[in-house]
Design a protein around this ligand. Sequence first.
Ligand SMILES: [Zn+2]
Length: 199
Amino acid sequence: MMNVCFRCGMYRADKVIDPSGPYAICPECGYKHRFLQLPLLIVSGASGAGKSTVCHHLLGRVTQAVLLDSDILWRAEFNKPEANYRDFFETWLRVCRNISQSGRPVVLFGAGVGVPENIEDCVERRYFSKVHTWPWPVLTKRWPNDYNGGQPGAAHTSQLTLKNMCASINGSNPTTATISRLSSCWIRRLYLSKRRPTR
Ligand SMILES: [Zn+2]
């Protein structure tokens, strides 16, 4: 809904973002309106890593954010690898941005959304203050020596799974509850470190 100008009615996804408000400014008529520029949280990991299971486990337990599985919007018409699935990612960011206008950030669970180049080049990305991807940046920052035997750089390997990462931390085979607890802590820590901007 925010892509339709409230004054001239033109549909423009590429509104100019003025961070001082923040404001979104219509390129057609110059009308500007404030919006909530919240962070977007992403829980990523390879296919089969357990993202959907963790998402399901956290539903009802983590209420500071809106938890969504990226698979729910997938349709055949998004299957365009030659375009790097751009329509799919733009659609998801548009959905997340509109949800976050109600005051709660979105935690999006999915493999492709965890690849920075799939998200950072999207026009809808500009409506978020920051994109946080779990677990790689957090783990490398918080537990650099415990991760995967302490091998530097290994934390950025996209083929590693949530289970492997948690096993590296705990030294044991993690349960869904363990993985969920780690994800929950991460979501709450990020959320609590941010103050909600006001309109
Ligand atoms: Zn306009």
